[in-house]
Design a protein around this ligand. Structure first.
Ligand code: PLP
Length: 504
């Protein structure tokens, strides 16, 4: 992109701050003559100087267009960020979410005037029930982590309702997503970590010990991510669920990355009591910038009465009938209450519904098949330089976690930064914690063989560079506006204003 230059002779890489472009006295608009009497503005509301940049319109347009090109996006490049499912988002989803009846529907409209939106939510609940084998669904939670909180609060309500107030311990395998132990703590539980075997499987002996004898009486349940964050399917899952159920606990499944399983395995059939799905990962919807998400939560028979309300149902009197307003909101009898204002992020629900209808039953299964195929293809292509220490002799699911050891002091962060020079978004790094120098790669099902080949070639080239020119990895990235950031400081003390930037 270096050759693309703006009118003022800058490449997109070094777009200047808008203030630098300012020319005193230059204007972007010519206002018409005032044809009403002038009234002075109240001086106490006016600042002496505002210091706005003075630009013509074309320069301003170019400035912001060049800035926008600095955004890394799935519509622009490959985005193999592990545990994030950065798949392609079909544009038809946007067209449907943009239909007036959906986009402009007010959440406080009476049910009878909002039947289309309610019908969509109902059908989505039903589709998700069919795909997962669960008994009921809430579409309220705004994100995966909020879905987890919702699920764990239901588990807590379930035990308390039965007078089982001693049940405060929740087991979490060490291959779990970081949000799992955090959710346990936020829901008032005590997290107990269960170690993984070198194969990536849960250590069954440790699990049994944590549920044995008197310990069973204080067990609230288990939170498990399957496939785990190592990208491996937990084959002992039914045995694990049986052990927890025998001890009186319930099983929470983290289904954020459901694209490895959809259409193939139903978690409800496996015995899971509750699971959230990230509709904004597995069921499309652009994400990654902290925008609206949806962590829909499915439950089995034990928890169905505890779901947050309201959820959409068909009015009993009208089931199958010809009533004009059959869809109604109901609140389950023992509901834990609302977890989100109104009905969740409705626009995301429309996208998920459209995506499911677009794919159909066969398509949903093909998503899973291709997600797994793509990850395994990539894993094998790069395995000599990027081996997977856990489960190296097994097939992975939708992602794999490599532990590169390229020598010459080259670390995972060097590899990640060098990938940026080659136009790729880095994979997830240093997570999960149990893998040394972890590089967590999730290609997703929507990438072509050519893209996967190009990415593998680049990873191999970086491994070569580690031998021949390690310095170039240590100083990467080379073409970005800023080099290596103090990422903690950037997150904790963001500099959001030009003025502050200048003063500092
Ligand atoms: C992304 C993810 C979450 C959290 O989802 P958010 O929508 O970011 O809150 C939880 N668990 C797993 C396995 C995930 O990949």
């Amino acid at each position: 992109m270096n050759e693309i230059t703006a009118g003022v002779g800058v490449s997109p890489q070094d777009t200047p701050l808008v203030y630098v472009l300012s020319v005193p006295g230059r204007v972007g608009v010519i206002l018409p003559e005032v044809d009403v009497p002038e009234t002075p503005l109240p001086t106490n509301l006016l600042r002496e100087t505002l210091g706005l940049p003075e630009l013509d319109e074309l320069t301003a347009v170019r400035h912001f267009t060049l800035l926008s090109r600095k955004n890394y996006s799935i519509d622009g490049q490959f985005y193999p960020l592990g545990s994030c499912t950065m798949k392609y988002n079909p544009k038809v989803n946007e067209a449907v979410a943009n239909l007036q009846g959906f986009r402009r529907a007010h959440p406080l409209l009476p049910e009878a005037q909002n039947q289309g939106a309610l019908a969509l939510m109902y059908q989505l609940q039903e589709s998700l029930k069919e795909i997962t084998g669960f008994t009921g669904f809430t579409l309220q939670p705004a994100a995966g982590a909020q879905g987890e909180l919702t699920g764990m609060l239901m588990i807590r309500a379930y035990h308390q309702d039965r007078g089982d107030t001693k049940r405060t311990r929740v087991l979490v395998p060490d291959s779990a997503h970081g949000t799992n132990p955090a959710t346990c703590t936020m829901s008032g539980f005590i997290t107990e970590t269960i170690a993984s075997e070198p194969s990536g499987a849960v250590n069954l002996a440790a699990l049994k010990a944590a549920c044995a004898g008197e310990k069973a009486e204080t067990l609230a349940g288990l939170m498990i991510t399957n496939p785990g964050t190592l990208g491996l399917f937990e084959t002992q899952i039914q045995e694990i669920i049986r052990i927890i159920h025998d001890a009186g606990g319930l099983v929470y499944g983290d289904g954020a990355n459901f694209n490895a399983l959809m259409g193939i395995v139903k978690p409800g059939d496996l015995g899971f009591d509750v699971m959230h799905l990230n509709l904004h990962k597995s069921f499309s919807t652009p994400h990654g910038g902290g925008g609206p998400g949806s962590g829909a939560v499915g439950v089995g028979p034990r928890l169905v009465d505890y779901l947050p309300g309201p959820i959409v149902a068909i009015s009993p009197g009208t089931a199958g009938g010809a009533a004009s307003s059959p869809y109604v909101f109901i609140t389950p009898p023992k509901s834990i209450g609302k977890v989100k204002s109104f009905h969740g992020n409705f626009g995301v629900l429309v996208r998920a519904y459209t995506y499911i209808r677009l794919l159909g039953k066969k398509g949903i299964r093909r998503v899973a098949e291709h997600a797994v195929l793509n990850a395994n293809y990539l894993k094998v292509l790069v395995k000599d330089d990027y081996p997977t220490p856990f489960g190296s002799d097994r097939h992975c699911m939708h992602e794999f976690v490599a532990s590169p050891d390229l020598g010459k002091g080259i670390t995972t962060i060097d590899i990640a930064k060098r990938l940026i020079d080659y136009g790729f978004h880095p994979p997830t790094v240093y997570f999960p914690l149990i893998v040394k120098e972890a590089l967590m790669i999730e290609p997703t099902e929507t990438e072509s063989k050519e893209t996967l080949d190009a990415f593998a070639e680049t990873l191999k080239r970086i491994a070569e560079e580690a031998k021949t020119d390690p310095g170039i990895l240590k100083t990467a990235p080379h073409d970005t506006p800023v080099g290596r950031l103090d990422e903690t400081a950037a997150a904790r003390k963001p500099v959001l204003r030009h003025k502050m930037y200048m003063e500092d």
